[in-house]
Design a protein around this ligand. Sequence first.
Ligand code: PHE
Ligand code: FE
Length: 291
Amino acid sequence: MSDFEHVFAEPPPGAAADWTISQNWCAYTQVEHDTWDTLYARQMKILPGRASDAFLNGLRALDLNTGGIPDFAVINPKLEALTGWTVHCVPGLVPDDVFFDHLANRRFVSGQFIRKPDQLDYLQEPDIFHDVFGHVPMLTDPDFADYMQAYGLGGQRAAGLGVLDQLARLYWYTVEFGLMESPDGLRIYGAGIVSSATESVFALEDGSPNRIAFDLERVMRTLYRIDDFQQVYFVVPSIEALKAATLQDFAPIYDRLRGAPEIAVDAVLPGDRVLTRGTQSYAARGGRFAA
Ligand code: PHE
Ligand code: FE
């Protein structure tokens, strides 16, 4: 993933040239399968009425609750039939160019491991629950599927232009932590939120964070935090609208952004369409599940 430090510079022993490894599904232990089931059940108590229809429909279409960690040999044919995407395991975080190349070819990469039973609520590196439960259902949505592929192509371009920081913020505030409007109120589509029991509630219901209407250049200038709940969430009208807003050529935007200052995580600017003005009290109390 583009949003973490890389662990290796070259594919580690046992990985293919494109960094993929076998899921080796038969090697998962019963404890590991049970961890998936526990996490799945916990999220399903929280997500109806909070997650977007696109996410919940995707979850249902892929049938990720057959008992234990999904077998990619079973879910890939379903996913591929819907949108042409497939999911593959990698041994850890991969370099940006490898990540972008996979996305550009409609391949999503996932961690192979699952978190330990004593780490259900927080872990530093994405595991298979975050990657598959969090990300893969949205890949069944045709517009989101196109957006992710376009992001991969855009990533290759941004790398060449030296503007990856700007593009990574777009990923962060949409793919990982995006909210969207619905006739019944705000809904979650970001993988970092839907895969977290605590943030699924915080992102929608807590009085602390700001919730601001998505604006491409605004998002590309906004810093983010990787170690705690977000202090701002950006809200798109729909995935279709997100796709439409990112179809344009980013080159003139990157040029403009070169001179523009970064925006702090708790800032509210005069041009913002603010849906919820947060108190920021959670962050002020020190964050990380502060009481
Ligand atoms: N339109 C972008 C560009 O010109 C590519 C892109 C699309 C990037 C979608 C991110 C998401 O670079
Ligand atoms: Fe992720």
